[in-house]
Design a protein around this ligand. Structure first.
Ligand code: GLY
Length: 344
């Protein structure tokens, strides 16, 4: 198909990420032909646009679950609701879950797939920019606990990822901006080309190069996941800005700053604390340009306190991603005591 691209991910399970336009109406072209039934898991925001179209593209045996959009739904209670529905629909190990939606849908449908009947296959059809550039690839699945984001989960790779860039047309601008936060992260940790694309465009014109941006981000994700699927080293780079970003989200009870905006704020905080002033200036420039700058209403000690429940903590230390210069980043294990001193 014209202008279609694919990226093969060779992790513990190999699968292809298909990137193109209009793919939503022909999803079965990209899904292995071995499943009995399909069950689409989506939310009300995405379902209203695409559930009928994806259902129409699947000629037989298609069930669906639609839940209320938003981070507040990302709980074990919702997962229990999924399990009961899957079981009532008679979904078995030869069937397949389809995650149709943004990051929350992908993480939750993926977690249900990882755990229901000790694991069944699933396909990711990401419809938000955040999910298209990052969360749909790599197999991280999970839910939040009141004490923090994604504290329960599993690594479970999808059998295919179908990225239809046209679905971004129905994405509200605030969600699009949210995804740009993750795009900035990819640029800073690994790709000056992505950073250049961000610098040379603006809120309107960036959409003209979005196919290329999605492709570049996923290709970086592929390399990192192939090298370190279970996040023992290199994959931690993808957490740039997330320690303080998650802390902000948690302090605002997941109802304040969106994930992408919190990650932008988190990247600025960690770059300021580690005295990488050029990176802070670049972040300021890009975030002003795309209206991604938000005030953080918490002191550093409040943020640090919240970060202490983060998954990246081990004992009195935490892995922090440091970006020394655009495209150059590394992981540093820093004690909370030293972090406190660095901010004095
Ligand atoms: N979203 C970060 C990762 O997949 O590792």
């Amino acid at each position: 198909m014209k202008n279609m691209k694919s990226i093969r991910v060779n992790a513990s399970k190999s699968y292809t990420v298909h990137i193109g336009r209009g793919l939503i109406d022909r999803v079965t072209d990209f899904i292995p032909k071995k499943y009995g039934k399909f069950i689409i898991i989506t939310d009300d925001n995405v379902g209203k646009f695409y559930l009928d179209r994806v259902t129409a593209a699947i000629p037989y045996g298609c069930w669906n679950i639609m839940f209320t959009h938003g981070e507040a739904s990302k709980t074990l209670a919702t997962i229990e609701y999924f399990y009961n529905y899957l079981s009532e629909a008679g979904i078995g190990r030869n069937d397949c879950i389809i995650a149709l939606g943004g990051g929350v849908v992908g993480d939750m449908a993926g977690f249900a797939a990882a755990t229901y009947l000790r694991g069944i296959d699933f396909v990711q059809i990401p419809t938000s920019l955040l999910a298209q550039v990052d969360s749909s690839v790599g197999g991280k699945t999970g839910v939040d606990l009141p004490r923090g984001k994604n504290l329960v989960g599993a690594f479970h790779q999808p059998v295919a990822v179908i990225i239809d860039i046209d679905t971004l047309d129905t994405l509200p601008q605030s969600y699009f901006k949210d995804g740009l936060g993750e795009v900035i992260k990819y640029g800073l940790i690994r790709s000056n080309e992505i950073t250049e694309l961000l610098l040379s465009h603006d809120t309107d014109s960036i959409k003209t190069v979005i196919d290329e941006i999605v492709y570049r981000c996923i290709d970086i994700k592929r390399q990192i996941v192939e090298n370190d699927e279970f996040e023992r080293g290199e994959r931690k780079l993808l957490n740039f800005g997330h320690t303080f970003g998650h802390a902000i989200e948690r302090l605002e009870n997941f109802t304040g700053m969106s994930h992408g905006l919190a990650v932008v704020a988190g990247m600025k905080i960690v770059s300021a604390v580690t005295k990488n002033n050029d990176v802070v200036s670049l972040l300021d420039k890009i975030s002003e340009k795309y209206d991604l700058t938000r005030e953080v209403n918490f002191s550093f000690s409040e943020l640090l306190e919240a970060a202490m429940t983060d998954k990246k903590r081990s004992g009195e230390t935490i892995d922090v991603v440091v970006c020394k210069a655009p495209g150059e980043s590394f992981v540093e294990n820093i004690s909370f005591e030293n972090l406190r001193k660095m901010c004095e």
